[in-house]
Design a protein around this ligand. Structure first.
Ligand SMILES: Nc1ncnc2c1ncn2[C@@H]1O[C@H](COP(=O)(O)OP(=O)(O)OP(=O)(O)O)[C@@H](O)[C@H]1O
Length: 381
């Protein structure tokens, strides 16, 4: 087993029975968790998600079965040593209330015996990584932070000793939807850089679809009903349990898996330059039946909409609403269109330059293509 990638986890027939409680909390669970991926455990309350996590880092001991890390059996390894290789962040953040943010983040580096300088540098690096200014936050105490900031510190602390594996138990559970989305996005950005092996628990299927490279749908007693990519789970649920767990709206959820960077956006919208003369603007307006022309600056960055009827006048534009970038998904595009009822939505590239304009009709075409690719072309029509 020498060629196993760092961070690979294998659970083999893992069972946890609590004394005096009939059925095991986790019953003979076998699961391979590939290195560098986010695997999301999702399922109803009491199905054994948290127990599985705690078995992985040996916060609780299995009744039977084995745990392998990097191909090595760690079922009997010293749990303290094991936990230094595995970061753990939980819903209630578990921050030490009487220690500063810096001290909290330094927990594992200290345990590992890092020097003061190396630890301090690591704390600042991690604070920057999770989007908190070190000078502002390192000396604060947890209660002087908002819930979302505490979550960020929790994530930074879990990353402290640069672990191979991160276990995250509903890490964004207690956060309001807006901040939750921001944290999810930031976490995905961090993960794109760090490529840790992450086991992530949630009860929210939307969060699972967004965060997971793979999703394990648990039913009861740590029984896995399906372990697959989000695409497969949404388009080919393995059984009734999975179908009912993902609920209605699987086709809509699947939209959140397609990014605008990966689809073709119509780029034939009439445009004019911000410095164009009134004459040129008039010619452009005469050549289209659109009500608005899109105005681009010298770098082809969209600056506003020009009403075609006033194209020859002073060139005053109407502001752009809800421009879409390459990281936005078809789901976000649809949401934007329903929120702002304007006809077209500008799509830009990573540099903010004009790529095209999406309208409800062109979006519908993309959605159909997306659903056909998943083998279910009839769901959204
Ligand atoms: N210390 C314990 N003693 C006895 N039973 C326990 C103990 N901890 C958990 N259980 C039981 O084991 C089962 C699985 O619990 P677990 O916390 O893993 O579920 P979960 O899927 O994480 O649930 P939730 O989504 O509600 O957090 C439950 O039936 C629970 O009551």
């Amino acid at each position: 087993m020498t060629d196993v990638a760092t961070g690979t986890i294998r659970l083999e027939k893992l069972t946890k029975s609590y004394d005096g409680h009939g059925k095991p909390a986790v019953d003979s669970l076998t699961m391979d968790i590939p290195a560098g991926e986010i695997v999301v455990l999702v399922g109803p309350s009491g199905c054994g998600k948290t127990t599985t996590m705690k078995l992985i880092n040996r916060l609780i001991e299995p009744t039977s079965g084995r745990i392998y890390l990097d191909g090595k059996d760690v079922t009997r390894e010293n749990p303290d040593l094991l936990r230094r290789r595995i970061g753990y962040s939980i819903q209630q953040t578990g921050l030490f209330p009487h220690r500063t943010v810096a001290d909290n983040i330094a927990t594992v580096p200290r345990m590992l015996g890092w020097s003061k300088d190396r630890t301090a540098a690591r704390v600042d690096e991690l604070l920057n990584l999770v989007g908190l200014d070190p000078d502002t936050y390192r000396r604060r105490f947890p209660k002087q932070l908002s819930g979302g900031q505490q979550q960020r510190v929790g994530v930074a602390r879990a990353l402290g000793g640069d672990p191979e594996v991160m276990l995250m138990d509903e890490p964004f559970g207690a956060i309001d939807p807006l901040n939750r989305e921001a944290l999810q996005n930031e976490f995905l950005r961090i993960q794109a850089e760090l490529k840790k092996t992450i086991v992530f628990v949630t009860h929210d299927i939307d969060e699972a679809v967004k965060m997971g490279d793979r999703i394990a749908i648990f039913s009861q007693n740590g029984r896995v009903e399906q372990y697959d990519t989000p695409e497969k789970i949404l388009s080919e649920p393995a059984n009734e349990f999975v179908s009912s767990f993902i609920g209605a709206g699987a086709a809509v959820r699947r939209l959140s898996l397609s990014r605008l960077a990966d689809v073709e956006v119509p780029d034939n919208w009439p445009t004019v330059g911000a410095d164009d003369s009134a004459d040129r603007r008039r010619v452009a307006a005469a050549g289209t039946d659109r009500d608005f022309l899109l105005v681009l600056d010298a770098d082809r960055r969209p600056v506003g909409w020009l009403p075609a009827a006033e194209a020859a006048e002073d060139g005053r534009t109407v502001p752009l609403l809800g421009a879409l970038g390459p990281g936005d998904t078809l789901y976000e595009a649809l949401d934007r269109m329903l929120t702002y009822s304007s006809t077209g939505h500008v799509v830009t590239d990573a540099e903010g330059r004009y790529r095209g304009v999406l309208e409800l009709d062109s979006l519908r075409t993309l959605i159909h293509a997306n659903n056909s690719a998943a083998g279910q072309s009839q769901e959204v029509s």
